[in-house]
Each structure stands twice: as C-alpha cells, then as structure tokens.
Ligand binder design. Sequence first.
Ligand SMILES: Nc1ncnc2c1ncn2[C@@H]1O[C@H](COP(=O)(O)OP(=O)(O)O)[C@@H](O)[C@H]1O
Ligand SMILES: [Mg+2]
Length: 423
Amino acid sequence: MKILLVGSGGREHALGWKLKQNPETVLHSAPGSPALKRLGEIHPVGVDNLEGLRDLARTLDPDLVIIGPELPLVMGLADILREEKFNVFGPSRDAARLEGSKVFAKDFMVRHGLPTANYAVFYDESEAKSYLDKTSYPAVLKADGLAGGKGVIVCGGRAAAMNALDTLRATGAGKRIIVEEFLAGEEISFLAVTDGKTVLPLPSSQDHKTISDGDKGPNTGGMGAYSPAPLANDFLKNHVMETIMKPAIEGMAAEGNPFVGVLYAGLMVTLAGPRLLEFNARFGDPETQAILPLIESDLAETLLAAASKTLPDRELAISPKSCVCVVMSSEGYPGPHRLDDPITGLDAANALPDTVVFEAGVAERDGIPVTAGGRVLGVTATGATLKDAVDRAYEAAKLVDFKGAHYRRDIAAKAFKVNPLSG
Ligand SMILES: Nc1ncnc2c1ncn2[C@@H]1O[C@H](COP(=O)(O)OP(=O)(O)O)[C@@H](O)[C@H]1O
Ligand SMILES: [Mg+2]
C-alpha cells in the first residue's frame, strides 16, 4: 500500500513507524523529517501548500493519504484531494470546524445534547467586558480560531479576564470570544477512528500540558502522555462512546458534514460525569506516540478502511500493556529556545527493549542529529504495567542528551494517585 503522510512532527514519526510495521507499506511523507526519511521517501512540500500537495499526490498516486496536523485540514486539503478521487484519512474543511472554530464546536455540542460547560459567545469586546464584570470566577476565555494552544486562558478574577481579552486579541484567532464556565476535575483524551458512521475507540490517554512537574509553569504543545488512563475504566469508556463520540459522529452526518478521520475529545471528568472541553479533528500530539504502540490491528488497513468508508464494526485489537511518552524539549521552550545542539544517545535508547524515540524537532547536520524545535523528542516505552513503562521510558531518556535538554519527571504520576473520580 502506497501511503502519503502529510506532516513532520513526533506524531507523524509515530504514524510512519506504526504504518511501516505492515511490510507492504511504501511510505512517502511531506514535508517529512530525517526520521521519516529513514522510513521512506520525503518530499519538500509544506503542510499549508495545498496545491503543492495536490500535485505531489497526482505524481505519487497513493492508495491512501493521511493528514496529520490540523492546519491543512482546516484549510481544506482533504476536500481538494477527495475531488481527485484519493482515499483521504482526515475530515473535510467543514467537518474540521469541530476543531477550527470553537464557537462552531460549542454550538454543535448544544445542538446535539453533548455534555459541555455553559458558555456565552461575544462578537463585540465591550459586550464581553460588561459580561465579565458580572460573571462568576474562575471563568475560561477562549478564542474562536486555531491558536496553536495559546487560545485558552483560565481566569481567576475580573482583572485577569480583562488582560486575557487583550492576549487573545493578539493571537489573531479571537474575533469571537467564548466565556465558559470553569469545570473542576481531571482531563483525559479520548480518540476514535471513524469513517463517518462507524466509530472505533482508541486507547484512552492523558497529556501533560505544562512545562514543569506538578502541572506548573506555562502551557506547551504537550510534555508527555501515557496510555491507557486508569481513570477511563470500561464504564467511563462506554459512557463516553454512547453519550459523546457516537452522537457527535451521527450529528455531523445528519448536518451533511460526515466526519472521516480521528475525532479527538478533550474531556474533563467531573464529579457529575465527563464534560467536553473541546474537539480536535486529528491525532493528538503527543498522545499518538503513547497510543499507537498499543494498537495491534493493522493501522494502514484500518485508516484505509476509514478513508474509503468501509470501516468494519469490530473493535480494534489493543494490547493490554501500557505506554509512556516523555517529551524532551529545548532549553527556553515554550519561549524562545536553543536550537542546533547535537543530540547523543539516540541509538542506545532505541536499542532498549520495547523503546522507541519519536523525533519531533530533529534535523541532521553533517550526518549528526541536532535539535531543530522546541519539542525535540518523544522517548516512548511500553511495559506490562504502567509502572514498567514509566521506568523504561525514563531509563531511555537518561541515555539521550543535548545541551539544555529538559523533560518532566512526573509523566503518568497522576495515574498512581488515589482518584476520587474513579469508580
Ligand atoms: N471549561 C473549562 N474548565 C476548566 N479548564 C478548562 C476549560 N476549558 C479549557 N480548560 C483548560 O484549558 C486547556 C485548553 O483548552 P482547550 O479547550 O483544550 O483548547 P486548546 O487545546 O485549543 O488550547 C484545557 O486542556 C484545560 O486544561
Ligand atoms: Mg486542548
């Protein structure tokens, strides 16, 4: 099967790695990365160059195109490729509004009775300000559009909310602002593969967004993940499938925007049950790095079946093991950070059993791997228990080094706390 994978990050390395476990897979990536080059051929076409990607697809004539990041989905890459009759794993532009517009997503949730926080939408800043004068705190302010993880601010009081309005305006994604009720609880990520009709859950996971241990410091693109999350027991998984995932996919189809791809629900598990914080329209990063090693079904076949709307109504085969991904980042990240530092120890880490280092921001200089991004690596290990997986991932992380390397020491620690929400 000839596959064109769009993207270049750690998520795409994990996808390429998993797809190549099928010996029939011939992998092409655009723009790809040094890691993806080791798995196939890479083509220097950016993820936002829709015409370039269409031309590349015409030349390669792949059996399947998988779109990794949100930007090309929201821009309509899937539509352009479907017009050319390609099998595309990824939602249309209209369906990707579930991620691309938080206002669309919230209104959709209400239209279809999906559980979510109460909210109000403002088109006008002075109206938002007078609402913020009288609302209760904490309150959550959200910019409507894609903001690269910088579009949501939890505000403890009115003064913070006024500052947040300015910050959100500066992202350029904040023409419309949502003010949302604050939800207390614990977050999990719940992903499902769908062909627009059949919905197959992937293992649950938990992301770690802040830069420092104990969920302290500024938010990042994600500093680590583990799967499955013990909080998502069978009861909760079933409940989320029946009350959130399936109704969402039915709702999109009923509105004439069938959703094909990965539907990602960001959930707050509250004492009153799971509540939707957001939808994403693609595989999460770094959740994917922790989820894919647990999937025993053939990924290429599964995604092709979804893309061609023939997904069998049969649960995916999932390993009973656990998996942990520890992200190593550059000094300074998520602010201005170091770059171009040589990385050592990758081969030694990759040689450990059940361990793989996914490369997120790595370039090659004179044949040597160097840092080329804020998030550099996702050191990933599986184990019979979550504890084994944690120990292995950290053992591997210790072998890898670059100047100013940073990583959290508490990935998955939450899973070992007694949780009043479970059971
Ligand atoms: N209603 C809410 N109550 C409490 N925390 C929230 C709420 N909405 C969002 N958050 C916090 O903000 C983070 C980012 O919000 P989210 O809606 O996932 O947007 P994005 O991922 O696009 O930045 C969430 O992971 C969660 O920690
Ligand atoms: Mg989120």
